[in-house]
Write a protein that binds this ligand. Structure first.
Ligand code: HPA
Length: 278
């Protein structure tokens, strides 16, 4: 695969998926570290392992299964990515966002993303769920924006607007569902970093200063590509650990996966409610 994924490569993947399922999904779900059990509840599911899909980037990280699960959930036809790849695995930004472009070519209208994140906002505690209201594109601002390279006009313009990255109507719906189900829903800005090292205390103090409520290693590239291509987007962070601003604690991947067990039922309930109401 060349550095920049082409429309032809995207369409090869989309055509393959279309040939392997008769479902025509309206909603795409990307489920993060330790948060992907929702895919197991999908009815009439067709399963497509990532390694069978042409040009699809493959993950190596523990906690990320690798397949598409396409079927029915809460009255919607959904395409679910059980697992995703990250920039730190060595793929280009263009490669890690190929799945989102495939969703767009499959005529998906809405993308819901979840991730595990460190809580920078001092009011957050591990186990909380945060509605992502905006994001800080640290990696992209520093030169690795996923839209760098030839613009594919079929998706959107060269210089896409990002004033409303997350869809206001979908956010309103998520708040309503959380309230109805008595789930505390935090809100804030997700700061996307490359990883794979966790942040130093000085990094975290800086990230807090510039307005981050939660920090993680995914989501922002996918969401930018989604917005470029006109997808309506909704995102949730599961707060898996308190960001270590004073250097007094240690952050581990195991703790992130473990916290997913508390967070998953809450995110699942909200996502189910949103799907039901769409
Ligand atoms: N930092 C970055 N990414 C993360 C964290 C964190 O503390 N927790 C889960 N993903």
């Amino acid at each position: 695969m060349s550095t920049f994924v082409t429309l032809e490569q995207i369409d090869q993947a989309a055509d393959f998926i279309r040939s392997r399922t008769s479902h025509r999904p309206r909603v795409g779900l990307i489920l993060g570290s330790g948060l992907n059990s929702l895919a197991d509840s999908i009815e009439n599911a067709d399963y497509i392992p990532f390694n069978e899909i042409p040009n699809w980037p493959l993950s190596s990280v523990q906690g990320h299964a690798g397949r598409l699960v396409i079927g029915e959930l809460e009255g919607q036809t959904v395409l679910t990515m059980q697992g995703r790849v990250h920039f730190y695995e060595g793929y280009s930004m263009s490669q890690i966002t190929l799945p989102v472009r495939v969703m767009i070519r499959l005529n998906i209208e809405i993308m819901i993303v979840t991730n595990a994140a460190g809580g920078v906002n001092p009011r957050f505690t591990p186990g909380d769920v945060m509605l992502i209201t905006d994001n800080l594109n640290m990696v992209g601002m520093a030169g690795a924006n996923p839209l760098i390279g030839p613009n594919i006009d079929e998706f959107g313009p060269r210089f896409p607007d990002m004033s409303q990255v997350y869809d206001p109507a979908l956010m309103t719906l998520a708040r309503k569902v959380a309230l109805e189900r008595q789930i505390t829903l935090r809100e804030g800005v997700y700061c996307g970093l490359s990883g794979p090292s966790f942040e130093s205390p000085a990094d975290l103090r800086f990230l807090k200063l510039i307005g981050s409520d939660a920090v993680g290693m995914s989501t922002v590239p996918e969401v930018i590509v989604a917005r470029h291509g006109g997808l309506r987007t909704l995102g949730f962070s599961g707060i898996s650990n308190k960001a270590n601003l004073d250097g007094s604690t240690v952050t581990t991947h195991e703790e992130v996966i473990e916290a997913g067990k508390v967070i998953t039922p809450k995110i699942e309930a909200i996502v189910r409610g949103v799907l039901r109401a769409l």
